[in-house]
Write a protein of this length. Structure first.
Length: 127
């Protein structure tokens, strides 16, 4: 039996955390989720070692330290980083990709579209 996918989710909205968990379950992803509720927590968790995660899901708009600052610290690491944000700004998208984000996903407003994020994550961790 394969090990669960280890995911760091940096997200300050509990409802979005719940929806991500549901999206992963919906797509039958066996996962272990660590949640950082702000940018400082995310950096503290990552200081213990990015290598222990298979993928990082990162919101750009978080308290204490923003997602862009966290992403900058991850630059050059091999772990995929998926930006999952409400921002539809082309500038945010371009900056995230320049800082090494693997994917940029705008948080959907509908439940079915949100659940589809599980398929994206499943595809990323298969590679």
């Amino acid at each position: 039996m394969a090990n669960p996918v280890r995911i760091l989710l940096a997200e300050d909205n509990p409802a979005d955390v719940y929806l991500i968990e549901e999206a992963l379950r919906e797509h039958e992803v066996d996962f272990k989720l660590d949640v950082a509720q702000d940018g400082e927590q995310a950096l503290a968790v990552l200081a213990d070692g990015i290598a222990k995660f298979d993928v990082v899901l990162l919101d750009l708009n978080m308290p204490k330290r923003g997602g862009s600052e966290v992403l900058e610290k991850l630059r050059g690491k091999s772990t995929p980083v998926v930006i999952l944000t409400s921002s539809d700004s082309p500038t945010d998208r371009m900056q995230a990709m320049e800082l090494g984000a693997t994917h940029y996903i705008r948080k959907p407003t509908g439940l079915d579209d949100f659940l589809a994020i599980g398929a994206v994550i499943k595809d990323i961790v298969r590679k």
